[in-house]
Design a protein around this ligand. Structure first.
Ligand SMILES: *[C@@H]1O[C@H](CO)[C@@H](O)[C@H](O)[C@H]1NC(C)=O
Ligand SMILES: *[C@@H]1O[C@H](CO)[C@@H](O)[C@H](O)[C@H]1NC(C)=O
Ligand SMILES: *[C@@H]1O[C@H](CO)[C@@H](O)[C@H](O)[C@H]1NC(C)=O
Ligand SMILES: *[C@@H]1O[C@H](CO)[C@@H](O)[C@H](O)[C@H]1NC(C)=O
Ligand SMILES: *[C@@H]1O[C@H](CO)[C@@H](O)[C@H](O)[C@H]1NC(C)=O
Ligand SMILES: *[C@@H]1O[C@H](CO)[C@@H](O)[C@H](O)[C@H]1NC(C)=O
Ligand SMILES: *[C@@H]1O[C@H](CO)[C@@H](O)[C@H](O)[C@H]1NC(C)=O
Ligand SMILES: *[C@@H]1O[C@H](CO)[C@@H](O)[C@H](O)[C@H]1NC(C)=O
Length: 335
């Protein structure tokens, strides 16, 4: 049945148990698998059973990390109290007990729940060129592993449901503040990152407040506007700059309370930034206020002779009537 090998094995086990006190004493560490929230207190109990003498206890962290806590020993029991536990407290704890020169140890792992720590972002001020790609990663430790979402300030829809915020083919509207939210059931953290989109400006728009050909003396406004990226707007007449926009305002407005003939001409709206320049123009012609009277000289040429003929005709009619009346009356006298 059990040969020489078997006997040797049994003997070896016996020697081993004498050396380690395997069968003599039992060491227990409770709670067996501690699960705890950071910030709370944890008490670990290490008990040596069946030791007739006082036991010497030594608490250690498995990897010589900071263990913290305060131990209270009795004959065969030691209690380690760790107050306000934090991630700096080692999560592997070893209890070493010595009874009658015979050492024995037992280890446990503390499972700590903690909210996300400091958020790390690959970059917190990022600029991307129009049409190009931008990737920002966000990370924070936590237990359980936190969930990470990206959202854009002013928008309700999430931008990303993981640690990566990816902008492909950047457009002007994608500029703004993006928040990285990191959370688990213990807590949450968030950090915002500004994304700027850079590139040449779009073509600006130039418009006249009401009509293309204002009349002299009318009040008009020339409106220059830009949608899209940041650029400085300027309004020019010929090559003279006449109005400059606020760099943060995508519009320039020029009011002319009483437009003059000399105000006529080509107006240019220019949008300029570090990446380029774009322009739009408008040709404003001003109608003279006397415009209707001015054209009157043409009128008499056509109308006066006609008026003349009318009056002549009237005179002729009156004359005919007069003579008719006369002849009628003479007829009467004749009859
Ligand atoms: C064990 O320690 C206690 C004090 O903690 C002491 O009173 C007692 O005499 C000790 N017993 C032995 C067997 O050394
Ligand atoms: C617990 O520890 C944290 C740091 O780990 C500290 O900020 C906090 O004030 C402590 N709380 C108490 C009640 O001591
Ligand atoms: C992000 O901004 C903070 C200040 O708000 C600064 O301390 C930190 O160094 C910045 N990090 C990066 C990656 O630019
Ligand atoms: C971001 O960095 C750019 C230059 O790289 C700088 O011009 C801009 O002011 C910075 N923005 C913020 C909010 O720090
Ligand atoms: C990038 O976006 C622009 C404007 O939204 C679009 O016209 C262009 O086709 C896009 N390019 C790619 C490669 O998706
Ligand atoms: C981000 O976190 C803040 C507070 O931590 C919360 O109010 C907000 O609703 C979170 N947003 C998203 C999209 O999870
Ligand atoms: C121009 O006129 C408009 C209304 O007609 C007014 O709202 C605006 O403030 C004026 N702008 C300037 C620069 O005078
Ligand atoms: C602007 O319009 C006027 C009148 O229609 C015209 O005579 C002039 O040539 C135009 N100027 C330009 C630069 O097109």
């Amino acid at each position: 049945m059990c040969g020489v090998k078997c006997i040797t094995f049994a003997l070896w086990i016996n020697i081993l148990s004498v050396l380690t006190g395997e069968n003599k004493f039992r060491l227990e560490l409770t709670p067996v698998n501690p699960v705890i929230h950071v910030g709370t207190d944890l008490e670990l109990t290490c008990q040596m059973n069946d030791c007739p003498d006082n036991v010497t206890f030594i608490w250690k962290s498995a990897l010589d990390e900071f263990l913290g806590g305060e131990a209270k020993d009795e004959q065969t029991v030691s209690r380690l109290l760790i107050k306000n536990i934090s991630v700096k407290h080692s999560d592997r704890v070893l209890c070493k007990a010595i009874c009658q020169q015979s050492p024995k140890d037992i280890m446990t792992k503390i499972h700590m729940f903690y909210g996300p720590g400091t958020i790390k972002v690959s970059s917190n001020n990022t600029s991307v060129k129009l049409g190009e790609r931008l990737e920002i990663t966000c990370h924070a430790d936590g237990n359980p592993e936190p969930t990470i979402v990206w959202w854009k300030q002013g928008e309700t829809e999430l931008q990303s449901q993981n640690h990566k915020l990816i902008i492909n083919n950047a457009s002007w509207s994608q500029a703004g503040w993006y928040w990285c939210n990191v959370s688990n059931h213990v807590g949450s953290q968030q950090l915002r990152v500004q994304v700027t989109v850079v590139g040449p400006p779009n073509i600006p728009k130039i418009q006249l407040s009401h009509r293309e050909e204002p009349k002299e003396g009318e009040s008009i406004s020339i409106f220059c506007s830009l949608d899209g990226g940041p650029a400085e707007l300027k309004l020019y007449k010929q090559s003279q700059s006449i109005a400059t926009g606020d760099p943060n305002e995508p519009t320039v407005l020029l009011n002319i309370s009483s437009i003059q003939i000399t105000d006529a001409g080509v107006y240019t709206c220019e949008a300029k930034n570090d990446f380029g320049i774009e322009r739009s123009t408008i040709n404003i012609t001003v109608q003279a206020a006397q415009h209707d009277i001015w054209r009157k000289p043409d009128l008499p040429m056509a109308i006066l002779p006609a008026a003349g003929s009318v009056s002549l005709l009237t005179a002729a009619v009156l004359l005919i009537r007069h003579f008719r009346k006369k002849s009628v009356s003479s007829d009467i006298t004749l009859d």
